[in-house]
Design a binder for this molecule. Structure first.
Ligand SMILES: *Cc1c(COP(=O)(O)O)cnc(C)c1O
Length: 381
């Protein structure tokens, strides 16, 4: 299979000679109506009916007890880690193969990542690799899970559902309870993805969604914390909204809070986008099936959903047969107006995380060198 034939296929699928972006949002539903309604009401800022409605819509769709809207996905992750009990000096186990936001959020908690390998099936954190790392480098004491070499506490495990493919959550839950660690899911890419029938982000104690412009649905910028219980949800709402104790006029805040509120204006977009999510998911599945058929029996391996999961196919991904084939495809695509993108550079290659402890990263390194993302915007039926 040649690079030009791949690019031609993408053009045939999208039926255009114009620039083809990686993932573009569409606003063909009630977006304008709801946003206008917000402006007319003057409640454009941090309180309003759309914030409540958007949270409820996500709660109903995902089956989560409480969802708390935030200003972006990074803020949602920050709040989720804070609520998950991560403290200054702690370690957090995550994957090196992720978007930088996962690590930035824990860095700003004063914590440090430990990088563990991913599974080639999900592209997300591998439970076996986590268990192996811990067996070699940690022990459980009364103070929690301790990293032997540094005597620092390992507090949480943060898997990321890469491009919408769910990680093996049951196995991760077993590892977390064995090692006394809190599971916080980075579900920023996986709205609409289900693990054995359960929505991603509902198995961890907390998890984070993102509604950035390139995600499956968007609020311009935005995020949400999914909380395991209503009580944890109430506290999350409290700390992400300046921790103000409700009172008609007094300002009393009972702990250091965040101002991570999603403006009502953005939530209005979110409500309209939730109405069409199911449609987007169907369209994306049709597109993924076309890619899958196209790459079938070639030496390019198209990433399909793991057998235990239903993926949202947020970004279509393919593993190229060689680094040279990948580089050539990247070059030809971008030279001819078809946006094809490499996966993120592994986190331990970035200056701020280069000294973080890490396990064997063989799978991550292979994927980093061979994987590309193909245009993934849902196609109108
Ligand atoms: C998009 C994304 C986030 C959050 O990003 P924001 O732009 O802050 O909404 C976090 N983690 C991953 C893996 C993401 O892809």
């Amino acid at each position: 299979m040649s690079q030009p034939s791949i690019i031609k296929f993408v053009r045939d699928v999208y039926q255009t000679n114009d620039f083809i972006p990686l993932h573009a949002p569409t606003f063909d539903g009630n977006e304008q109506k709801y946003v206008l309604e917000t402006i007319k009401s003057t409640f454009v800022s941090s309180v309003g009916k759309f914030v409540d409605d958007f949270e409820k819509a996500v709660e109903t769709y995902t089956g989560t007890e409480k969802a708390v809207a935030t200003v972006n996905g990074t803020a949602a992750l920050h709040a989720a880690l804070y609520m998950g009990g991560v403290e200054r000096g702690d370690f957090v186990i995550t994957q090196a193969l992720t978007f930088v936001a996962t690590c930035n959020a824990l860095y700003h908690m004063g914590a440090e990542p430990i990088f563990v390998d991913v599974s080639p099936v999900s592209l997300g954190l591998c439970p076996k690799a986590v268990d192996e790392y811990l067996t070699q480098h940690a022990h459980v004491t009364e103070a929690g899970c301790i990293h032997k070499q540094t005597k620092r506490r390992i507090r949480a495990v943060v898997p990321m559902h890469t491009f919408g493919h769910p990680v093996e959550l049951d196995e991760l839950i077993v590892v977390c309870s064995k090692w006394n660690l809190t599971l916080v899911e980075d579900a920023a890419e996986s709205l609409g993805s289900f693990y054995k029938g359960k929505h991603t982000g509902t198995l961890g104690k907390f998890s984070a969604l993102s509604f950035n412009g390139n995600k499956i649905i968007t609020t311009g910028g935005g995020g949400m914390v999914l909380c395991k219980t209503e009580k944890l949800g109430a506290r999350t709402k409290h700390v992400t909204t300046t921790a103000k104790v409700p009172h008609p006029y007094e300002f009393f805040h009972d702990e250091p809070g965040f101002n991570y509120r999603m403006p009502n204006l953005n939530a209005a977009l979110g409500c309209a986008q939730m109405e069409v999510l199911e449609q987007y998911l169907e369209a994306k599945r049709v597109l993924a099936n076309r890619y899958q058929e196209f790459f079938d029996k070639s030496d390019y391996q198209f990433m399909i959903e793991p057998e235990y999961a239903k993926s949202n196919y947020w970004l279509n991904a393919v593993i190229c047969p060689s680094v040279e084939a990948r580089d050539e495809l990247l070059k030809q695509g971008n030279d001819t107006g078809v946006m094809i993108r490499p996966i993120w550079q592994l986190m331990h290659r970035l200056p701020m995380f280069k000294n973080a402890p890490r396990g064997d990263l063989t799978q991550s390194e292979h994927i980093e060198a061979h994987l590309i993302n193909l245009p993934s915007s849902p196609i109108a039926p």
